[in-house]
Design a protein around this ligand. Structure first.
Ligand code: FPP
Length: 246
């Protein structure tokens, strides 16, 4: 699908992606899992480019979950070095494309070299004004909610907050995505129909798009297909169809 087929005035502000299927892609190609992750970086590059071209404001990529730490040590290490290298190599390209990099998750749990390269990339792209690329790293929705509850309890205990001030808006502002609009569209590749602990609070009213494509085969044209599908949906937010149409 080409970008010109999209309705320009109805592009989602925030698209979140569960990039799944790298391991199966590698197996299909007779190679080891990390080969699949490496090919996944090409998909990331294409989708970031497409998101910028389409005028999406925020693209959040689930790159490493809290649960991914339980994978075999060699795969975790290989993924971490892949991340460092991708971040180093792609920063120049991100700056050329006016992309600002952000990260959410338990970043302190990442190896020191990943943290420092990530910080450098975030700093280096901080004044860019185009697409915001949000990397979810060592992230899970439940982890984030636990952290938010702890913060809110602390602020309540020390008198900064009262119980009546605890609203949906306040909770949103205590999440790692504070200030970022909720995703209107959530994409998952590889034919799995799960949320896998991703953005649990934020996806309350997201539209879900599932594709059988494995992540290394996903390209910006597939992102445009997902957006076109989104553009045909009626979002009712609990109301009736008639209410929405009037
Ligand atoms: C899920 O596939 C994918 C991951 C856990 C890692 C995603 C990482 C990348 C695409 C690499 C680089 C990312 C950036 C942001 C530069 P899987 O391993 O669970 O696949 P499977 O379900 O087929 O085993």
């Amino acid at each position: 699908m080409v970008i010109d087929e999209l309705k320009k005035n109805y592009i989602p502000h925030h698209v979140a992606v569960i990039m799944d299927g790298n391991g199966r892609w590698a197996e299909l190609h007779g190679n080891d899992r990390i080969f699949g992750h490496r090919q996944g970086v090409d998909a990331v590059r294409s989708v970031v480019e497409g998101a910028g071209e389409a005028g999406i404001e925020y693209l959040t990529l689930y790159a490493f979950s809290t649960e991914n730490w339980d994978r075999p040590k060699e795969e975790v290490n290989a993924l971490m070095s892949l991340l460092v290298n991708a971040i180093i190599q792609e920063t120049k390209n991100l700056n050329e494309k006016n992309v600002k990099m952000l990260a959410i998750g338990d970043l302190a749990s990442l190896p020191d070299d990943v943290q420092s390269k990530l910080d450098e990339a975030i700093q280096s792209t901080s004044s860019n004004t185009g697409l915001n690329l949000v990397l979810a790293l060592s992230y899970s929705g439940r982890w984030e909610l636990v952290e938010a509850v702890k913060k809110i309890v602390r602020e309540t205990k020390n008198g900064e907050l009262t119980e009546n001030q605890i609203t949906e808006c306040l909770i949103s502002n205590h999440l790692s995505t504070a200030g970022i609009p909720d995703p209107e569209l959530l994409i998952r590749t590889s034919g799995e129909y799960r949320i896998s602990n991703f953005l649990l609070w934020q996806i309350a009213y997201s539209e879900f798009y599932f594709t059988p494509l494995l992540w290394p085969d996903f390209r910006k044209e597939n992102l445009f297909e997902a957006i076109a599908d989104f553009q045909c949906r009626e979002r009712r937010f609990g109301k009736t169809s008639e209410q929405i149409r009037s």
